[in-house]
Design a protein around this ligand. Structure first.
Ligand SMILES: Nc1ncnc2c1ncn2[C@@H]1O[C@H](COP(=O)(O)OP(=O)(O)OP(=O)(O)O)[C@@H](O)[C@H]1O
Length: 220
């Protein structure tokens, strides 16, 4: 579950709040679009959800953990339960596909045979098993995004957030990426997808959070 109560965020002490008075609950296993004009605060809201930023007021609870009452030392373990996908993929360019996907498992200290099995399985799931040894630059944008999704879900996160994941893709590639995010939802993951892609939203009507100038203007 994700719960925000009266949350505000400002970047710097004298800066204005970019998120204001956000209160909502996302039930476990739900799928939400995150909508709003450019600058409305979508990326900032997702950063709070994947613990890349800390609320400057109010309470954020991620997967049942109230962050204001949590020691810093406990955050890496919580972070490992949240998968993140970005518009610009953020793959490591000097590593082949397999190693990009293996990275979170290596950081978590998993055994090599387990890493091989998990990465092979997840690459098959995103349809990229034959590209395991390819370098990211040799892949299409859609393929790179599917590698990024594989890396985000290889730790089997309970929460998956995607920030404009189809922004750099054409419609067929975007549909394929979205179908993977939907499949994660079908498998029980809580999923939040920020997007401007009204075509995709129309094709897949789902609950949404809509921001306007840092405020939540609709949820449902
Ligand atoms: N690191 C930062 N430092 C200072 N201000 C920031 C920072 N990141 C975002 N902002 C400001 O916060 C506000 C919300 O930005 P944010 O990126 O969250 O919006 P967004 O809805 O994701 O926009 P877009 O759709 O263009 O990506 C903007 O006014 C932006 O300038």
């Amino acid at each position: 579950m994700v719960r925000f109560a009266e949350v505000g965020l400002r970047y710097g002490e004298s800066a204005p709040e970019v998120l204001r008075d956000l209160s909502f609950v996302l039930e476990p296993g739900s799928f939400h679009w995150l909508l709003g004009a450019s600058g409305a605060g979508k990326t900032s809201l997702l950063r709070l959800m994947h613990l890349a930023a800390r609320a400057t007021r109010g309470e954020v609870e991620v997967l049942g953990v109230a962050l204001s009452r949590t020691r810093r030392a406990a955050l890496p373990a919580l972070r490992r339960r949240v998968g993140v996908v970005y518009q610009d993929f953020r793959l490591l360019p000097h590593l082949p596909v397999f190693d990009n996907v293996a990275l979170p498992l290596r950081v978590a200290g998993r055994a090599p045979h387990q890493i091989r099995a998990d990465v092979t399985e997840i690459l098959r799931w995103v349809g990229l098993a034959p590209k395991a040894d390819a370098m990211p630059a040799a892949l299409s944008g859609g393929e790179q995004q599917r590698v990024a999704i594989a890396r985000a879900v290889v730790m089997r996160p309970a929460l998956l957030v995607a920030d404009e994941p189809t922004g750099n893709l054409d419609i067929p590639q975007a549909r394929r990426v979205l179908s993977l995010l939907r499949e994660m939802h079908r498998l029980g993951t809580t999923v939040v997808v920020a997007t401007h892609a009204e075509t995709l939203v129309a094709e897949y009507p789902a609950a949404s959070l809509r921001l306007d100038a840092g405020r939540l203007v609709s949820h449902g």
